[in-house]
Each structure stands twice: as C-alpha cells, then as structure tokens.
Design a protein around this ligand. Structure first.
Ligand code: UDP
Ligand code: MG
Length: 210
C-alpha cells in the first residue's frame, strides 16, 4: 500500500487513522489458540492495570451485527476460521483506538499472521510485549465445547478450521521472541492462576502498572 494512504472501514470513510495522523499508542497483545482464554484474561488485565481492552474477534462480530456492507465477507471468514484482510483489520482496530481516546491498550486475538504483523508495523501502535497463552488442543477443545457464548463458530467443524488457521501465529511469535517481547503463560491453569502469572509479566513493565 502507498505510504500515508489509507482505506478506511466502510462506516468511517473520512477518518484517517494511519501513522501520519495518530500519536503513538502502546499495546500488549494477547495471543493463543481458540479457547485459551485470550478475552477472559484480557478483560482481567484491563481491570487490573487500567488498560483499554480491544478484542479483534469482538470487533468483527460487532461489525457483522451492525449489518455493515462488509458483514457478509466477515461472516464468511469467521465461519471458515479464516482471517479477514490485514489492512481491513488494522483499520478497524485503529478506529476503535482513536474512538477510545486512550493511550494504553490490551489487544486480544491480533496479530495472528505475518501479514497481520506487517500491517500492524505501519501503524502508530507500538508493541510493549506479548502474552502467549499456551494451551493444548485437548483442553482448548473441551473449553470451547462446554462454553455457551452463542458464537456460531463454536462448532466442531469450524473449531478444527480455527486451529488450522492458528498455525499462522507461530512465525509472529518467533519475531516477537527474537525481540525478547514474549511471555509464555501456562493457560491451562485456573483463571486466577493464569492471572497470577500474567501479573508477574507486568512487574517487568512498571510504567504500565498505572
Ligand atoms: N479474526 C480475523 N482477524 C483477527 C482476529 C479474528 O479474521 O485479527 C476472525 C477469524 O475468523 C477468527 C474469528 O475472527 O477465527 C474469531 O476470532 P477470536 O479471536 O474471537 O476467536 P478465537 O478463534 O481465537 O477463539
Ligand atoms: Mg476471544
């Protein structure tokens, strides 16, 4: 994409939210397989550390609900466990970041491919660190089968596809690991146990513990 030129989400045509117009903001990214507890832990992190929580998956589900002209495309991607285009996803994230007026974020479920990471790197979002919620497929599938959040993609056919798609996050994690930015968290523990380990990661970043 041409530098400085941005295609805004459909309901936000005038908003230019690229690197040229937005002050830098910082984010902690929470990554892990489906069912590893990304959103659950991110909500707790937001509460505990006063960060603003943004969930990539929730943004997409809200877009579908809103019936925007992209909803058909998004719905199809989610149903097949595939990723929406990276530029599209970053633009939605930036829209919500700007709308919040905040500076520090916990973002869950993004970036989940190298293409996502490249798109992210051309934005004003700086990565503080990454929490990698490590969880076996067995435990994750059991959790997904037992939860009832009314998500259409929590069916076994789509769950299998979501796990296949999850593979694309590993090179992303490698890139961040190379920069020493990844904290691996055992996500098979209880909700409280996982949070305890996450808190330890935060102690290494005192300026985020506001
Ligand atoms: N998704 C996407 N790009 C993102 C995040 C999510 O395309 O950056 C889509 C993808 O189809 C994914 C779905 O949204 O399977 C649900 O994502 P979420 O993080 O809510 O759930 P997960 O599958 O990780 O449990
Ligand atoms: Mg989630």
């Amino acid at each position: 994409m041409e530098k400085g030129k941005h295609v805004a989400p459909t309901d936000d045509k005038e908003m230019n939210v690229g690197v040229s117009t937005m002050n830098k903001v910082s984010a902690i990214f929470v990554l892990g397989p489906p069912g590893s507890g990304k959103s659950t832990q991110s909500r707790l992190i937001a509460e505990q550390f006063g960060l603003f929580h943004i969930s990539a998956g929730d943004i997409l589900r809200a877009e579908v609900e809103s019936g925007s002209e992209d909803s058909i495309m998004i719905k199809a991607k989610i149903a097949n466990g595939k990723l929406v285009p990276s530029d599209f996803m970053t633009r939605l994230l930036l829209r919500d970041i700007q709308k919040s007026g905040k500076k520090k974020f916990v973002i869950d479920g993004f970036p989940r491919s190298m293409d996502n990471l490249n798109a992210l790197s051309s934005t004003a979002i700086e990565t503080e660190f990454v929490l990698h919620l490590v969880c076996s497929k067995e435990v994750a599938i059991e959790r997904l089968s037992n939860r009832n959040e009314g998500r259409d993609d929590d069916n076994i056919k789509t769950i299998v596809k979501r796990f296949e798609c999850f593979e694309s996050v590993f090179p992303v994690l490698e890139c961040y690991e190379f920069k020493g930015k990844v904290y691996k968290i055992d996500a098979e523990k209880s909700k409280e146990g996982v949070m305890q380990d996450i808190k330890s990661a935060f102690t290494m970043h005192p300026r985020l513990c506001s």
